[in-house]
Design a protein around this ligand. Structure first.
Ligand code: NAD
Length: 488
C-alpha cells in the first residue's frame, strides 16, 4: 500500500502511528496515512510557533510573502492533475469535479498573493496635540486550520491563503477521511520556497489530533470547516487557549422557484445544486421550495433529469454522480429517507443504496410538502437527497426558506425584479444566488448564520480576520515629561 507522510517543520515523516484509507469506489483500503498523535501535534504547533517568530518569516516583506503565494499557485496549477486524481481516489469525488475545482484552487492562492501587500493599517486623528497614533495590522499568530473530507484542497485554500498573506503560520489538520490530496499538497508547498514551519500538514482523528490541536496553548486562532456538532467541540476546546474561532459549518439551503421562473434553467441549476459533489456539499440546495402552480411540470422534468444522471466510477470522466465518501454517509442518507417516508413523505426517485460494491447512493427526490418537519427537511444529509416543499404565496415561500436552524446559502428563481429584492432582503443566509446557484469566487465572502457558523472566508475581510490591530502611540514633543508627583 502507498504510504503518505505528514509535514512538520519542513520535514516529511510517517507519524507516530498509521491508519488505512479506504477507496470509496471499491470499499477497500488502498493507502496508509500518518496518524498524528499528541506528540506530533505538539511538534507541529512548535514548528509553527518557531516559524512565526523566526526572522525569515517575521521580517519578510508582505510583497515577498505575496510572491511566495504566487509561486505556490503556479505549482498547484502545474500539479492539478495529480492532486485531482488523488482527491478522486481517496474521497470518491468525481474526477470531472476535482479537476475543475483544483484548477480554481490556484486562483484562490493568486487572489491572496495579491492581497498580501494590501493589508493596511491606519493613522488616527487623535485628540492630543503632542501624540501621533496609528494602527498596525499584525498577523494573529499560529492558526489551527481543521477541514472536513470534502473538497479539502479548496477548504484549506480559503484558510491557508489569507492566513499566510497576513503573515500567520499554520498547522493544517486534514480530515482522517480522504487526506491523500492534502498530504500530496504538502510536497507541492515544500517546493514553493516558504521558510520551514510556516505551514505544517498533519492528519489524524478528531478525538486526539483535532482536540489537542484546537485546545493547544500556543494556537491563537482556529479556522474550522465541518459539522455543527464538531464545531461545539472546537468552541469548548478554545475555552482552553481562548483562541478566536471562525466556523464554516453545514447547511440546509433553500432553493426557491417561483412560477415565473425559466423552468429549464431552474431545473438544471437544481440538478447541479443538489447532485454536484454527489450532494456532499455544504451549500447543496437540498430544500426545493416550489410554487404549487408549477410543481407538477417542474417535478416531471427534474425527475427525468435525475434519473438520467450517469452514476459510475469516480475516475471516469463520464461519471456525473459517484460514491459517497464513507459508509457512514450512506447509512445517514438511507435512515433519513426511511424515517421521512415513515413520517408521510413520498419518495419520487431513489431513496435506497445501490446494490453494487462501494458506497453508492442514487440521486433522490423526496416530496415532503405534506410533512415539512420530516427529518429529510430539517437535517443536513450531506448526500444526493433533495427534499421538496411547496407554497402558494411569496410570504409562505419566505417562511419555509427561513424555517431552518442553518443559514449558509440560498437560491431564488424568478423574473420579477422587485420580488427578487424582497427575497434577497428577507432570506437569512450568508449567500443569496438569484437565477443562478453554486457560483463561488475568491473575491466574494462566504459564510453563514445560525448553525452554519460565523466568520467569512474569501474576500479582503477574510485576510483581515487573520490580523489583529496594534495601537501605536508616539509622543512628538521634545519637552521632558514632568514628574507626575510634583504638584504645579
Ligand atoms: P466533521 O465535523 O465530522 O469533521 C471535520 C473535521 O473536524 C475533521 O478533520 C475531523 O477530524 C475534525 N474533528 C472531529 N472531531 C474533532 C474534535 N473533537 N476537535 C477538533 N477537531 C475535530 O465534518 P465532516 O463530516 O468531515 O464534513 C461534513 C461537514 O462539513 C458537513 O456538516 C458540511 O456541511 C460541513 N462543511 C461545511 C462547509 C462550509 O464551508 N460551510 C464546507 C464543506 C463542509
Amino acid at each position: 500500500m502507498q504510504q503518505f507522510q505528514q509535514y512538520i517543520g519542513g520535514v516529511f515523516s510517517n507519524g507516530s502511528a498509521t491508519f488505512e484509507s479506504m477507496d470509496p469506489a471499491t470499499g477497500t483500503p488502498w493507502a496508509l496515512m500518518p496518524e498524528a498523535k499528541t506528540e506530533d501535534v505538539n511538534a507541529a504547533v512548535k514548528a509553527a510557533r518557531d516559524a512565526f517568530f523566526a526572522p525569515e518569516w517575521a521580517m519578510m516583506t508582505a510583497s515577498a510573502r505575496g510572491k511566495l503565494l504566487l509561486r505556490l499557485a503556479d505549482l498547484i496549477a502545474d500539479n492539478a492533475e495529480t492532486l485531482a486524481k488523488l482527491e478522486t481516489r481517496d474521497t470518491g469525488k468525481i474526477i470531472r469535479e476535482t479537476s475543475a475545482q483544483i484548477a480554481y484552487v490556484a486562483e484562490y492562492y493568486r487572489y491572496y498573493a495579491g492581497l498580501a501587500d494590501k493589508i493596511e493599517g491606519a493613522h488616527l486623528p487623535i485628540d492630543k496635540p503632542d501624540m501621533d497614533v496609528w494602527l498596525r495590522r499584525e498577523p494573529v499568530g499560529v492558526v489551527a486550520a481543521v477541514v472536513p473530507w470534502n473538497s479539502q484542497l479548496f477548504l484549506s485554500a480559503v484558510k491557508v491563503g489569507p492566513a499566510l498573506a497576513a503573515g500567520c503560520t499554520v498547522v493544517l489538520k486534514a480530515s482522517e477521511d480522504g487526506p491523500a490530496p492534502m498530504l500530496e499538497f504538502a510536497r507541492i508547498f515544500d517546493q514553493a520556497g516558504f521558510p520551514a514551519g510556516v505551514l505544517n500538514i498533519i492528519t489524524g482523528f478528531g478525538a486526539e489530533c483535532g482536540a489537542v490541536l484546537t485546545s493547544h496553548p500556543d494556537v491563537d486562532h482556529v479556522a474550522f470547516t465541518g459539522g455543527p456538532e464538531t464545531a461545539r467541540h472546537i468552541v469548548r476546546n478554545s475555552a482552553e487557549n481562548l483562541a478566536s474561532t471562525s466556523l464554516e459549518l453545514g447547511g440546509k439551503s433553500p432553493f426557491i422557484v417561483f412560477d415565473d421562473a425559466d423552468i429549464d434553467s431552474a431545473v438544471n441549476a437544481q440538478i447541479s445544486g443538489i447532485f454536484a459533489a454527489t450532494g456532499q456539499s455544504c451549500v447543496a440546495g437540498s430544500r426545493l421550495i416550489i410554487s404549487n402552480r408549477i410543481k407538477d411540470v417542474f417535478l416531471e422534468r427534474l425527475k427525468a433529469k435525475a434519473e438520467a444522471i450517469v452514476i459510475g466510477a469516480p475516475d471516469d470522466m463520464t461519471t456525473e454522480v459517484g460514491p459517497l465518501c464513507t459508509v457512514g454517509q450512506v447509512d445517514t442518507a438511507t435512515q433519513l429517507c426511511a424515517a421521512s417516508e415513515a413520517a408521510g413523505a413520498t419518495i419520487i426517485t431513489g431513496g435506497t443504496p445501490l446494490k453494487r460494491a462501494g458506497t453508492y447512493f442514487p440521486p433522490t427526490i423526496i416530496d415532503c410538502s405534506d410533512v415539512p418537519q420530516a427529518p429529510c427537511v430539517t437535517t443536513e444529509i450531506f448526500g444526493p437527497v433533495l427534499s421538496l416543499l411547496s407554497f402558494d404565496t411569496e410570504a409562505e415561500a419566505l417562511r419555509l426558506a427561513n424555517d431552518t436552524v442553518f443559514g449558509l446559502a440560498s437560491g431564488v428563481f424568478t423574473k420579477d425584479l422587485t420580488r427578487a429584492h424582497r427575497m434577497i432582503r428577507g432570506i437569512r443566509a450568508g449567500i443569496v444566488w438569484v437565477n443562478t446557484y453554486r457560483a463561488v469566487s475568491p473575491i466574494a465572502p462566504f459564510g453563514g448564520h445560525g448553525l452554519s457558523g460565523h466568520g467569512r472566508e474569501g474576500g479582503l475581510q477574510a485576510a483581515l480576520d487573520y490580523t489583529k490591530v496594534k495601537s501605536v502611540w508616539l509622543r512628538t514633543s521634545d519637552d521632558p515629561i514632568p514628574d507626575p508627583f510634583v504638584m504645579r
